[in-house]
Design a protein around this ligand. Structure first.
Ligand code: FAD
Length: 362
């Protein structure tokens, strides 16, 4: 495939989204990836399918499991089940990213680390190449805002072979949550993310597993962890390239969901560059930037509450309000109706609605 080269650093979701946009604008995406494979960083690999990723074809063979339901608990107490309200996928992230990049006519140059101080990329055997225009999508290490830890066990458990249900357990002492993601074919991922150091998160995860009769004896395959950027947007440049994805804070701060927001931000930034528009303006005006900003506000509010108040807040919101906020859709009208229905959250509802209306309508 011909076309002028379009440079992207990082072959994660943001880099893949950027490759799609560059290719659609007639460029040939070249992705410089520090690792020897894609998706080396730990990740839950869950993607809600809510219509805003329609610019991407998620390849069927990369879908490990289709999720149809989510069950929520607060401090061990069942809250609700959302069934057939949204769909989601658990994906083989490496396979998905590679397919997206290659089907956009892009090329991944592995073991090619970009030096952000000098704006050069080192390709083994070829020396240094200067890159002055493109997308930087190097992930959370380059993010300067607040980050939390997340740690997860991948377990083998036949009991979860046919499950299409995500489980979310809020622990209001922690300000974070546990998750159980069934991967299909007998693998299940059990993790915890929140405002604590890795040692404590690990101890919590072990306690959580011991408390689960169905998981206690599951075969443990591996444990992994990484940080997640939850501090809101950090727009700007790295080594002269426009930051996108988690490096720029495109993670929903309340849920830690980063694949979808990162992909979308990569797409928006690359498209703006390809069309000679201001990429920072395009990013800051996007709906996904607004979703990140609103979730960050809600997170700040949640931080200011005691564990008991947090439990009360979580239990008061309607299931639809939970979904609307968690998925980052933040439709003003839907939220206004749902928050009015929620029991006893008038204070939050008033603050949130005031903020939403100051940002303009969804
Ligand atoms: C335990 C855990 C579970 C998670 N679960 C989920 C989930 O279920 N769903 C979800 O949506 N999100 C989840 N996330 C968040 C999600 O993984 C990230 O937000 C998302 O992958 C960010 O995409 P990105 O492309 O910006 O960065 P990354 O996915 O981090 O990709 C960055 C890429 O850039 C490469 N790179 C870095 N520096 C350089 C350099 N200097 N030169 C060249 N290449 C470089 C890296 O090797 C990497 O391949 C989870 C995170 C953690 C830690």
């Amino acid at each position: 495939m011909g076309g002028e080269e379009f440079y992207i650093v990082g072959g994660g979701p943001a880099g893949a989204g950027a490759a799609v946009a560059a290719s659609r604008a007639g460029f040939r995406p070249v992705v410089y990836e520090a690792h020897e494979k894609l998706a080396a960083k730990p990740c839950g690999r869950g993607i809600p399918v809510v219509g805003d990723l329609d610019f991407i074809d998620i390849p069927r063979e990369a879908i490990l499991n289709k999720i149809k339901s989510a069950v929520m608990y607060v401090n061990g107490e069942f809250l609700f089940e959302l069934r057939n309200v949204f769909e989601g996928y658990i994906v083989d992230k490496g396979m998905m990213l590679e397919a997206i990049i290659t089907s956009s006519g892009g090329e991944v140059r592995y073991r090619s680390r970009f030096d952000v101080n000098r704006g050069v990329v080192r390709k083994p055997g070829e020396g240094y190449i200067k890159i002055s225009k493109g997308i930087f999508a190097g992930g959370h290490m380059y993010y300067s805002g607040e980050r939390i830890g997340a740690i997860q066990w991948i377990l083998e458990s036949r009991r979860y072979s046919d499950s299409d249900t995500l489980e979310i357990y809020f622990d209001t002492e922690l300000l974070g949550y546990y998750y159980v993601f069934p991967h299909g074919e007998g693998e299940v991922e059990v993790g915890v993310g929140g405002f604590e150091d890795f040692g404590r998160l690990r101890a919590r995860l072990e306690r959580f597993l011991r408390s689960r009769e169905d998981l206690r004896d599951a075969r443990r395959l591996r444990i992994e962890g990484a940080r997640i950027a939850v501090g809101g947007l950090d727009l700007g440049y790295a080594g002269g390239l426009v930051k996108a994805g988690e490096a720029a804070g495109f993670v929903l701060p309340l849920t830690g969901e980063g694949i979808r927001p990162s992909m979308i931000s990569g797409y928006i930034a690359a498209r703006a560059i390809a069309e000679n528009r201001d990429p920072l303006k395009a990013l800051s005006e996007s709906w996904v930037a607004r979703a990140v900003a609103i979730q960050r506000r809600i997170l700040e509010y949640a931080k200011s509450l005691s564990p008991g108040e947090r439990a009360w807040l979580l239990k008061s919101l309607t299931p639809r309000a939970h979904a609307e906020i968690a998925l980052g859709r933040m439709n003003y009208r839907v939220l206004a109706v749902e928050l009015a229905r929620s029991r006893g959250v008038a204070h939050l509802a008033a603050r949130l609605l005031k903020y939403l209306s100051s940002l303009g309508r969804a």
